[in-house]
Design a protein around this ligand. Structure first.
Ligand code: PGA
Length: 252
């Protein structure tokens, strides 16, 4: 049985003070929701404060990216061990990192292997652009991103990986994929590739999240699909009531 997983990607939103406010609104209710792994991912400067606030509350903390090297002359970057001091999770390969900051399947893979070494649970993002979707290339793009991004991980680590399918055309646009379309990609493309890479049993245990304009209104429909094991939530994760509703909808 796959435990449902919901993560809030706050992106470049929320100062330290605002993080305090958002977590004060979220935690009393979020702490009491059982049966869903739930994670918040504030920006780096707020992680220290957030780690103190979520401690012992049953809510995980994630960073939105990291570098693959352990330390050194990499101005502006944050090392896996630094993330690991505060967080249990890290988002890797988000489409905004791919589109604006030169992230590639190769760098995603290096970061994934670094997460494995650092004991972090990675949320690995994949997804096609609008042009690729319109050209009918979704399966090709998504399977290639999965294969290249996840290569070389150990058999022990593989089941802990969380994959997030986020069609780029659905992110922040208010135009979510249909649940059927997402199910088709999760069950028809991603899980079969995971099976090829890691075998049937491990493929069945890996959580595959949907992301892209998930809201309190559409979450339940996504979660009713057999291969949609949760969500990576952007905009709606900044609204306490909406995020709580989404987490509740993921409870089986
Ligand atoms: P959105 O973002 O929910 O605002 O579409 C999702 C994401 O980028 O992870």
């Amino acid at each position: 049985m796959r435990i449902p997983f919901v993560a809030g990607n706050w992106k470049m939103n929320k100062t330290i003070a605002e993080t305090r406010d958002l977590l004060s609104a979220l935690l009393p209710t979020l702490s009491g929701i059982d049966g869903v792994e739930r994670v918040v991912c504030p920006p780096y400067p707020a992680l220290m404060t957030a780690s103190e606030l979520v401690a012992g509350r049953g809510v995980g903390l994630g960073a939105q990216d990291m570098h693959w090297e352990e330390k050194g002359a990499f101005t502006g970057e944050v090392a896996p061990g630094m993330v690991g001091e505060l967080c249990g999770y890290v988002i890797l390969g988000h489409s905004e990192r791919r589109a604006y900051f030169g992230e590639t399947d190769e760098t995603v893979n290096k970061k994934l292997l670094a997460a494995q070494k650092a004991g972090l649970t990675p949320i690995v993002c994949i997804g096609e652009t609008l042009a690729q979707y319109e050209a009918g290339e979704t399966a090709k793009v998504v399977s290639s991103q999965t294969r290249l991004g996840l290569q070389g991980v150990s058999a022990e680590f593989a089941p802990t990986i969380v994959v997030a399918y986020e069609p780029v055309w659905a992110i922040g646009t208010g135009k979510a994929s249909s649940a059927e379309n997402a199910q088709g990609v999760h069950g028809g493309v991603i899980r079969p590739v995971l099976k090829e890479l890691f075998g049937a049993e491990t493929a069945q245990s890996i959580r595959i999240l949907y992301g892209g304009s998930v809201t309190a209104a559409n979450a339940a429909e996504f979660f009713s699909q057999p291969d949609i094991d949760g969500a990576l939530v952007g905009g709606a994760s900044l609204k306490p009531e909406d995020f709580i509703s989404i987490v509740r909808a993921a409870q089986k």
